[in-house]
Design a protein around this ligand. Sequence first.
Ligand code: SAH
Length: 241
Amino acid sequence: MKCIAVVMAMASEASPILTQLGAQAIPAIPLLPFEFFEANRNGCRVIISVNGRDRRHGVDSIGTEAAALNTYFVADRYNPDLLITAGTAGGWMHQGAEIGDVFVSDQKFVHHDRRIAIPGLDEYGIGSYPAVPAAGLARALNLKLGVVTTSNSLDENDDDRRLIAANGGSVKEMEAAAVAYVCEMMAIPVMALKAITDLVDHHTATADQFNANLTMASRRLAEKLLQVIDFCAPRMVADLA
Ligand code: SAH
């Protein structure tokens, strides 16, 4: 691969990998909050694009809108061989997930908060954008595999729970399906790498778990992301299956 792009939502998720790659800031897009960084890893160009700060609210631009727009710019500007949506996520105890586990996307990316009970539009709402087959990569790097499911809420309600179960979701976050939607349109292979900050079926509130584990999970994410980049760089996308 000549170029791998990584799209990330939060500054604290991105900080450890930027340091480890020795990534340099590169020009941003006027008016937009996205922050671009570049590194070279064994001859492969690595672009890291972070969603940046929301100007009105002064917080990280998490969620699907910023993720989709950021992905579009990265895809259009750098035409990467592979795009990785990297960050943190919730997992489920009853599926064996543990805090700090790092998951690779399996099969498809889905939405669990777009309920449209009209034939045809119901499936459009769920999305089901393809994830690059990466079972070989997961096996080689000892990563778990799971279907990534996206909504714009940190917690989940009963409708979310039903839809997540119906779609076989096991990695819950707020950006990946939007990233995969753009990548499918632009014919760019997409993979998620997500470190577990919280257990959805634990009695502790998700936000409290998230805040307690964000630093550790971001460190784990960086460690695995580096291994994923080093695994992918000398290979072709088809070699990840
Ligand atoms: N308290 C944070 C908000 C983080 S929102 C702040 O102050 O900015 C959660 C972020 O982590 C999102 O980008 C999302 O992709 C990811 N995330 C982690 N666990 C999640 C979960 N259980 N459900 C949804 N998103 C989760």
